[in-house]
Design a binder for this molecule. Structure first.
Ligand SMILES: Cc1cc2nc3c(=O)[nH]c(=O)nc-3n(C[C@H](O)[C@H](O)[C@H](O)COP(=O)(O)O)c2cc1C
Length: 298
């Protein structure tokens, strides 16, 4: 884990840029007796949350640290707006679709690594970066997990008939819609498709990624969602498709047994599941979206 150790006096040019960059104010100007100034890093109460902003802002790489990789240097870091235009970024975001049709082709580890790398750079509450990723590419394991999730559906179908048993899981409206074969969330339709051999959980994707983390606060779910968003956009830039699989997430959240089988530590729970693969569908335009409901207070 990143630990700031101090400042390399030989490199520091005393520009003071580290001072405002630190949100917990751990850098200070010290006046020596000869009135020479020195910048000091002082963290007796361990407030540093390892955001690395001091490392990113220092023009002479004078921040001393341990427990982390080298900073990533690239010339556009200074002006992120020059990396990608708003128009191009919007095109990327607008054309991201949940892909449910995949080619047979498997996914190279290199591509998966590139996606994981994008997720590593996502923001997290208090910079916890506490997520762990379980990458499943073995077809039998994916099938097994899909079967387990489907069994939950069978169980749900049985339980939902009894109104009082279903109460902790769903509202009355959702319960009725799940049981009604004419709705899009009908369990019956899902189970019939399953009988025909269709995988309506993972859509035969060659890779499933499960995000798990200790449930440290309400922010855990937010952190994971953001990481998945990063991964999805990165996947798209690599010509890959993705889809968030809430059904599997819900199942894994509840099933201690399967979490254990998958080697997910006892103290962790599952905050997101998504699939990746080579899409076998091409979209020609972005679908319409609801108007943003915005209130301004000016
Ligand atoms: C939290 C979450 C859970 C989702 N769960 C599923 C799922 O279990 N199965 C599925 O096919 N799609 C799932 N989706 C995908 C949504 O249906 C999809 O994002 C939405 O219909 C909009 O389509 P788009 O992603 O192509 O823009 C999920 C999306 C989110 C954000």
């Amino acid at each position: 884990m990143l630990k700031i150790l101090g400042i390399d006096e030989n490199k520091c040019i005393k520009c003071e840029k580290c001072i405002p960059s630190c949100s917990v104010k751990l850098f200070n100007v010290i006046r020596e007796t000869n009135m020479e100034k020195r910048i000091e890093f002082n963290d007796p109460l361990r407030f540093c949350f390892r955001c690395g902003h001091c490392i990113a802002v220092c023009p002479t790489e004078a921040i001393l640290y341990e427990g982390a990789d080298l900073p990533y240097n690239f010339k556009e870091a200074k002006k992120p707006s020059e990396i990608i235009s708003y128009e191009n970024l919007m095109k990327l975001m607008r054309s991201r679709r949940s892909i449910r049709i995949y080619k047979e082709e498997s996914l190279s580890e290199d591509l998966i690594d590139q996606i994981l790398e994008s997720m590593r750079y996502s923001l997290s509450a208090s910079n916890r970066q506490n997520r762990r990723y379980l990458v499943i590419t073995n077809r039998n394991d994916i099938r097994y997990l899909s079967d387990q999730v489907s069994k939950l559906m069978v169980k749900a179908k049985r339980l939902l008939v009894f109104k009082y048993l279903a109460v902790p899981f769903t509202s009355g409206l959702v319960r009725r819609r799940l049981l009604n074969p004419k709705t899009k969330i009908s369990i019956n339709r899902f189970l019939e498709a399953r009988k025909r051999g269709e995988d309506r959980i993972f859509f035969n994707a060659p890779c499933v990624i499960i995000l798990h983390a200790p449930p440290y606060s309400k922010m855990t779910a937010s952190d994971s969602a953001i990481a998945i968003s990063h991964g999805m956009l990165a996947a798209q830039s690599l010509g890959l498709g993705t889809c968030w699989i809430g059904f599997a997430q819900e199942y894994l959240w509840r099933s201690k047994k399967t979490r254990k089988e998958l080697g997910i530590p006892k103290k962790n729970n599952v905050y997101g599941v998504f699939i990746i693969g080579h899409p076998d569908i091409e979209y020609l335009r972005a679908p319409p979206r609801r108007e943003a409901k915005v209130e301004w207070k000016k």
